[in-house]
Write a protein that binds this ligand. Structure first.
Ligand code: NAG
Ligand code: NAG
Ligand code: NAG
Length: 242
Protein backbone atom coordinates (compact mmCIF):
# COMPACT_ATOMS: atom_id res chain seq x y z
CA UNK A 1 0.00 0.00 0.00
CA UNK A 2 1.40 3.38 -1.01
CA UNK A 3 0.51 6.44 1.01
CA UNK A 4 0.21 9.76 -0.68
CA UNK A 5 1.24 12.74 1.32
CA UNK A 6 -1.95 14.58 0.49
CA UNK A 7 -4.13 11.81 1.90
CA UNK A 8 -2.60 12.65 5.24
CA UNK A 9 -3.95 16.17 5.34
CA UNK A 10 -6.94 14.62 7.09
CA UNK A 11 -4.74 13.43 9.96
CA UNK A 12 -3.48 16.91 10.65
CA UNK A 13 -4.85 17.80 14.07
CA UNK A 14 -3.21 14.74 15.59
CA UNK A 15 0.05 15.57 13.87
CA UNK A 16 0.01 19.12 15.13
CA UNK A 17 -0.43 17.78 18.63
CA UNK A 18 2.43 15.36 18.05
CA UNK A 19 4.78 18.04 16.86
CA UNK A 20 6.20 19.13 20.23
CA UNK A 21 7.19 15.68 21.34
CA UNK A 22 8.50 15.04 17.85
CA UNK A 23 11.04 17.85 18.14
CA UNK A 24 12.02 16.63 21.56
CA UNK A 25 12.51 13.03 20.54
CA UNK A 26 13.97 13.69 17.13
CA UNK A 27 17.52 13.09 18.31
CA UNK A 28 16.45 9.86 19.96
CA UNK A 29 14.62 8.79 16.80
CA UNK A 30 17.77 9.49 14.87
CA UNK A 31 19.96 7.34 17.08
CA UNK A 32 17.29 4.64 17.02
CA UNK A 33 17.32 4.80 13.22
CA UNK A 34 21.10 4.62 13.23
CA UNK A 35 21.03 1.51 15.39
CA UNK A 36 18.37 -0.12 13.28
CA UNK A 37 19.99 0.81 10.02
CA UNK A 38 21.07 -2.74 9.36
CA UNK A 39 17.40 -3.75 9.43
CA UNK A 40 15.65 -0.86 7.78
CA UNK A 41 16.62 1.48 4.95
CA UNK A 42 18.48 4.61 5.97
CA UNK A 43 16.22 7.69 5.83
CA UNK A 44 19.11 10.05 5.20
CA UNK A 45 22.19 8.72 3.47
CA UNK A 46 24.74 11.26 2.31
CA UNK A 47 28.24 10.95 0.95
CA UNK A 48 29.90 14.30 1.76
CA UNK A 49 33.05 13.50 -0.24
CA UNK A 50 31.16 12.70 -3.44
CA UNK A 51 28.91 15.71 -2.84
CA UNK A 52 31.91 18.03 -2.49
CA UNK A 53 33.42 16.60 -5.67
CA UNK A 54 30.20 17.21 -7.60
CA UNK A 55 29.90 20.74 -6.24
CA UNK A 56 33.48 21.79 -6.90
CA UNK A 57 33.90 19.76 -10.09
CA UNK A 58 32.98 20.59 -13.68
CA UNK A 59 29.23 20.16 -13.05
CA UNK A 60 28.96 22.49 -10.04
CA UNK A 61 26.19 20.18 -8.95
CA UNK A 62 24.84 20.60 -5.41
CA UNK A 63 23.66 17.43 -3.68
CA UNK A 64 20.59 18.22 -1.59
CA UNK A 65 19.80 16.57 1.74
CA UNK A 66 17.04 17.00 4.30
CA UNK A 67 19.45 19.09 6.39
CA UNK A 68 21.01 21.28 3.71
CA UNK A 69 18.39 21.88 1.01
CA UNK A 70 17.07 25.19 2.28
CA UNK A 71 20.46 26.69 3.07
CA UNK A 72 21.79 25.47 -0.27
CA UNK A 73 18.98 27.07 -2.25
CA UNK A 74 19.24 30.35 -0.32
CA UNK A 75 23.04 30.47 -0.43
CA UNK A 76 23.54 32.35 -3.73
CA UNK A 77 20.64 34.76 -3.06
CA UNK A 78 21.83 38.29 -2.18
CA UNK A 79 19.97 39.78 0.80
CA UNK A 80 18.75 42.69 -1.35
CA UNK A 81 17.90 40.69 -4.49
CA UNK A 82 14.74 41.76 -6.27
CA UNK A 83 15.03 39.47 -9.29
CA UNK A 84 14.82 35.78 -8.41
CA UNK A 85 17.88 33.53 -8.40
CA UNK A 86 16.95 30.43 -10.36
CA UNK A 87 17.71 26.91 -9.16
CA UNK A 88 17.06 23.67 -10.98
CA UNK A 89 16.91 20.41 -9.08
CA UNK A 90 16.63 16.97 -10.64
CA UNK A 91 14.83 14.47 -8.42
CA UNK A 92 16.29 11.10 -9.24
CA UNK A 93 17.17 7.80 -7.64
CA UNK A 94 18.87 4.47 -8.02
CA UNK A 95 17.40 0.99 -7.78
CA UNK A 96 14.91 1.63 -4.99
CA UNK A 97 13.18 4.57 -6.60
CA UNK A 98 13.93 4.06 -10.27
CA UNK A 99 14.96 0.45 -10.87
CA UNK A 100 17.66 1.84 -13.12
CA UNK A 101 15.25 3.81 -15.34
CA UNK A 102 16.57 7.19 -14.25
CA UNK A 103 20.06 6.78 -15.71
CA UNK A 104 19.30 8.38 -19.06
CA UNK A 105 17.65 11.45 -17.56
CA UNK A 106 20.39 11.74 -14.96
CA UNK A 107 23.15 11.56 -17.54
CA UNK A 108 21.41 14.24 -19.62
CA UNK A 109 20.96 16.41 -16.55
CA UNK A 110 24.58 16.00 -15.42
CA UNK A 111 25.74 16.93 -18.91
CA UNK A 112 23.45 19.98 -18.82
CA UNK A 113 25.01 20.99 -15.50
CA UNK A 114 28.50 20.71 -16.98
CA UNK A 115 27.43 22.90 -19.94
CA UNK A 116 25.65 25.43 -17.74
CA UNK A 117 28.73 25.72 -15.52
CA UNK A 118 30.51 27.31 -18.49
CA UNK A 119 27.66 29.72 -19.28
CA UNK A 120 27.37 32.72 -16.95
CA UNK A 121 23.85 33.45 -15.79
CA UNK A 122 22.75 29.82 -15.98
CA UNK A 123 20.50 28.34 -13.28
CA UNK A 124 22.18 26.91 -10.21
CA UNK A 125 22.03 23.12 -10.42
CA UNK A 126 20.99 20.73 -7.65
CA UNK A 127 20.49 17.00 -7.42
CA UNK A 128 18.27 14.99 -5.10
CA UNK A 129 18.52 11.22 -4.91
CA UNK A 130 15.41 9.63 -3.40
CA UNK A 131 17.26 6.41 -2.58
CA UNK A 132 19.53 8.43 -0.29
CA UNK A 133 17.04 11.09 0.85
CA UNK A 134 13.56 9.50 0.96
CA UNK A 135 12.36 11.94 3.62
CA UNK A 136 13.20 14.98 1.52
CA UNK A 137 11.44 13.38 -1.48
CA UNK A 138 8.36 12.84 0.70
CA UNK A 139 8.64 16.38 2.00
CA UNK A 140 8.42 17.67 -1.56
CA UNK A 141 5.92 14.93 -2.43
CA UNK A 142 8.08 14.25 -5.46
CA UNK A 143 8.69 11.12 -7.43
CA UNK A 144 11.86 10.60 -9.44
CA UNK A 145 12.40 12.11 -12.89
CA UNK A 146 10.95 15.50 -11.96
CA UNK A 147 12.77 18.70 -12.73
CA UNK A 148 12.05 21.31 -10.06
CA UNK A 149 12.63 24.99 -10.64
CA UNK A 150 12.91 27.34 -7.67
CA UNK A 151 12.77 31.10 -8.15
CA UNK A 152 14.60 32.15 -5.00
CA UNK A 153 14.19 35.55 -3.38
CA UNK A 154 15.58 36.58 0.01
CA UNK A 155 13.35 35.64 2.97
CA UNK A 156 10.58 36.32 3.84
CA UNK A 157 9.53 36.69 0.18
CA UNK A 158 7.33 33.85 -1.10
CA UNK A 159 9.14 31.45 -3.41
CA UNK A 160 7.72 30.40 -6.77
CA UNK A 161 8.28 26.70 -7.36
CA UNK A 162 7.60 24.84 -10.60
CA UNK A 163 8.03 21.28 -11.65
CA UNK A 164 8.01 19.28 -14.81
CA UNK A 165 8.13 15.57 -15.37
CA UNK A 166 10.97 14.49 -17.64
CA UNK A 167 10.39 11.56 -19.98
CA UNK A 168 12.60 8.75 -18.69
CA UNK A 169 13.06 7.08 -22.04
CA UNK A 170 13.54 10.01 -24.39
CA UNK A 171 14.98 13.02 -22.53
CA UNK A 172 18.27 14.27 -23.95
CA UNK A 173 20.75 16.92 -22.87
CA UNK A 174 19.37 19.18 -25.62
CA UNK A 175 15.83 18.77 -24.23
CA UNK A 176 16.90 19.84 -20.76
CA UNK A 177 19.08 22.69 -21.99
CA UNK A 178 16.12 23.84 -24.07
CA UNK A 179 14.10 24.39 -20.91
CA UNK A 180 16.30 27.31 -19.97
CA UNK A 181 14.16 30.45 -19.89
CA UNK A 182 11.08 28.31 -20.63
CA UNK A 183 9.31 29.93 -17.70
CA UNK A 184 9.76 33.40 -19.16
CA UNK A 185 7.54 32.60 -22.14
CA UNK A 186 3.89 31.90 -21.24
CA UNK A 187 3.66 29.40 -24.11
CA UNK A 188 6.60 27.20 -22.99
CA UNK A 189 5.85 27.80 -19.32
CA UNK A 190 2.76 25.61 -19.76
CA UNK A 191 5.02 22.54 -19.59
CA UNK A 192 5.59 23.31 -15.93
CA UNK A 193 3.21 22.95 -13.01
CA UNK A 194 3.35 25.67 -10.44
CA UNK A 195 3.40 24.32 -6.91
CA UNK A 196 0.61 25.62 -4.75
CA UNK A 197 -1.15 24.85 -1.53
CA UNK A 198 -0.56 22.75 1.49
CA UNK A 199 2.68 20.99 0.52
CA UNK A 200 4.50 23.89 -1.10
CA UNK A 201 8.05 23.30 0.28
CA UNK A 202 8.54 26.90 1.44
CA UNK A 203 5.18 28.56 1.82
CA UNK A 204 2.69 25.70 2.27
CA UNK A 205 0.72 25.37 5.47
CA UNK A 206 2.58 22.16 6.35
CA UNK A 207 5.95 23.91 6.14
CA UNK A 208 4.75 26.96 8.03
CA UNK A 209 3.40 24.92 10.93
CA UNK A 210 6.56 22.82 11.04
CA UNK A 211 4.67 19.60 10.45
CA UNK A 212 5.95 18.90 6.93
CA UNK A 213 8.99 16.98 8.14
CA UNK A 214 7.06 14.83 10.68
CA UNK A 215 4.55 14.00 7.93
CA UNK A 216 7.38 13.08 5.57
CA UNK A 217 8.84 10.70 8.22
CA UNK A 218 5.38 9.29 8.89
CA UNK A 219 4.80 8.52 5.21
CA UNK A 220 8.23 6.92 5.01
CA UNK A 221 7.52 4.65 8.00
CA UNK A 222 4.08 3.74 6.61
CA UNK A 223 5.67 2.70 3.36
CA UNK A 224 8.07 0.41 5.22
CA UNK A 225 5.26 -1.40 6.99
CA UNK A 226 3.99 -4.35 4.94
CA UNK A 227 0.41 -3.77 3.85
CA UNK A 228 -0.88 -7.01 5.48
CA UNK A 229 0.45 -5.82 8.82
CA UNK A 230 -1.13 -2.44 8.29
CA UNK A 231 -4.52 -3.98 7.50
CA UNK A 232 -4.23 -6.19 10.56
CA UNK A 233 -3.60 -3.21 12.83
CA UNK A 234 -6.51 -1.30 11.26
CA UNK A 235 -8.89 -4.19 11.72
CA UNK A 236 -7.77 -4.75 15.31
CA UNK A 237 -8.11 -1.05 16.08
CA UNK A 238 -11.55 -0.80 14.53
CA UNK A 239 -12.69 -3.93 16.35
CA UNK A 240 -11.53 -2.60 19.70
CA UNK A 241 -13.44 0.61 19.01
CA UNK A 242 -16.72 -1.23 18.46
C1 NAG B 1 20.52 -2.40 -9.26
O1 NAG B 1 19.85 -3.13 -10.25
C2 NAG B 1 20.72 -3.69 -11.23
C3 NAG B 1 19.85 -4.35 -12.31
O2 NAG B 1 18.71 -4.92 -11.78
C4 NAG B 1 21.66 -4.68 -10.55
O3 NAG B 1 22.55 -5.22 -11.51
C5 NAG B 1 22.46 -3.94 -9.49
O4 NAG B 1 23.28 -4.86 -8.78
C6 NAG B 1 21.54 -3.26 -8.52
N1 NAG B 1 22.33 -2.44 -7.61
C7 NAG B 1 22.14 -2.43 -6.31
C8 NAG B 1 23.02 -1.52 -5.54
O5 NAG B 1 21.30 -3.12 -5.75
C1 NAG C 1 25.22 12.61 -11.84
O1 NAG C 1 25.96 13.31 -10.88
C2 NAG C 1 25.73 12.91 -9.55
C3 NAG C 1 26.53 13.80 -8.64
O2 NAG C 1 27.88 13.71 -8.90
C4 NAG C 1 26.15 11.46 -9.38
O3 NAG C 1 25.88 11.04 -8.05
C5 NAG C 1 25.35 10.62 -10.36
O4 NAG C 1 25.77 9.28 -10.28
C6 NAG C 1 25.54 11.14 -11.77
N1 NAG C 1 24.66 10.38 -12.63
C7 NAG C 1 25.07 9.77 -13.73
C8 NAG C 1 24.05 8.99 -14.49
O5 NAG C 1 26.20 9.83 -14.11
C1 NAG D 1 7.95 9.22 -23.28
O1 NAG D 1 8.16 9.31 -24.67
C2 NAG D 1 7.75 8.17 -25.38
C3 NAG D 1 8.16 8.36 -26.84
O2 NAG D 1 7.78 9.62 -27.29
C4 NAG D 1 6.25 8.00 -25.24
O3 NAG D 1 5.82 6.83 -25.91
C5 NAG D 1 5.92 7.86 -23.75
O4 NAG D 1 4.52 7.80 -23.57
C6 NAG D 1 6.48 9.05 -22.96
N1 NAG D 1 6.27 8.81 -21.55
C7 NAG D 1 5.67 9.68 -20.76
C8 NAG D 1 5.56 9.30 -19.33
O5 NAG D 1 5.24 10.74 -21.18
Amino acid sequence: MRFSTSALAAALPALVAAQEPFQEYKAQFQSFFDKMSSYIPNPAAHDPVAAAEAKLGAMKLHTLTLDNWKDTLYEPVPADATTPVEWWVLVSGRNNTCRGWCDKVETAYNQTAANFALQPGSPHMGYLNCDDQPILCNLWASGASYLWVFEMLPPPAPIDVYRKRLNLSTTTTEDIMGLRNALQDPETAKQFNKMEGFFHPFDGTAAQYGIAVPIAYFVWVCNLVPSWLFMLVISMASRSLM
